[in-house]
Design a binder for this molecule. Structure first.
Ligand code: ZN
Length: 278
């Protein structure tokens, strides 16, 4: 028996589309289609950002609802995870779609510099988003962009603002935030295991580091994140054709590490999420 590895596909992200990333799905119908292909390739979690018609990042609940409905309909059991990320969005609106009760939503537990901006998550905003997720029974995925955020998550869980077991995502390779170092990931994982032994985790490597971080996650027993949000290239010389292509790449790696791509129901069990709504 092999152990399931949950594959999350981050299909879109918040960065405006340029000539070199036309494979990134932007409209709700493109997003649903791309998620469906990734689901067929082995993804069990879809991490969703939505875009306005001008392709800027949006918090419009109507867009989130459209994508959510399409995924529920076409990808039975798949876990829908909304981003509450800040880039290009009004701070007050970042949780404005949580009433749609996605299975999960991202929650960054602190502020950090990115390449050119401050990714601002004040203690008050973090707490508001966490409370809102509790209210609507949405499981947070804690996004750790810098080391303190791991300890903040533990504090929030101790205060009852995050339900256990927590799912934690370490994001490596964003300029000015966590660097891509295996020793650092090993340290973060060992700290997580000591602080919250029941937690699950995965890590995302940005850009050319995606595949390397995928390998580390397999080796260290974590779950896997891939997708065009984090990386547009399949390898050094070629752009990825689709989210599904990036998902297939990690799904095919599973066997080498005694893992298999988790089915949606296995992923729900591991994350302690309820079965999908009929
Ligand atoms: Zn995201």
């Amino acid at each position: 028996m092999t152990t399931p590895a949950i594959i999350t596909v981050a299909i879109t992200g918040a960065v405006p589309r340029k000539a070199d990333n036309l494979a990134v799905p932007v409209t709700p119908s493109e997003q649903i289609e791309s998620t469906h292909e990734a689901y067929e390739a082995g993804a069990s979690v879809a991490h969703i950002h939505v875009r306005n018609p001008d392709e800027s990042s949006s918090s419009d609940p109507a867009l989130f609802a459209q994508v959510q409905d399409g995924i529920v309909k076409h990808c039975p059991g798949m876990i829908v995870q909304f981003s509450t990320g800040g880039r290009g969005r009004n701070q007050n609106e970042r949780g404005s779609m949580l009433h749609l009760k996605p299975d999960m939503a991202s929650l960054a537990t602190g502020s950090v510099n990115f390449a050119k901006i401050i990714y601002e998550n004040t203690p008050q905003l973090v707490e508001e988003l966490a409370r809102s997720m509790l209210q609507y029974n949405v499981k947070p995925e804690v996004e750790v962009f810098d080391v303190a955020m791991l300890y903040n998550a533990k504090t929030l869980a101790d205060r009852g603002l995050l339900k256990r077991p927590c799912q934690v995502q370490f994001v490596m390779g964003i300029p000015n935030a966590l660097p891509v170092r295996r020793k650092l990931l090993e340290f973060l994982v060992s700290e997580l295991k000591e602080l919250m032994p029941d937690a699950t985790w995965s890590a995302a490597g940005v850009g050319r580091h995606q595949l390397e971080v995928n390998q580390w996650c397999f080796e260290l027993g974590g779950h896997i994140r891939t997708g065009l949000e984090d990386n547009l290239k399949f390898d050094r010389d070629r752009l990825a054709r689709s989210n599904a292509e990036l998902v297939s790449r990690v799904a095919e790696m599973c066997g080498k590490y005694g893992r298999h791509a988790a089915s949606p129901s296995e992923a729900r069990q591991i994350l302690q999420l309820p079965p999908p709504k009929p």
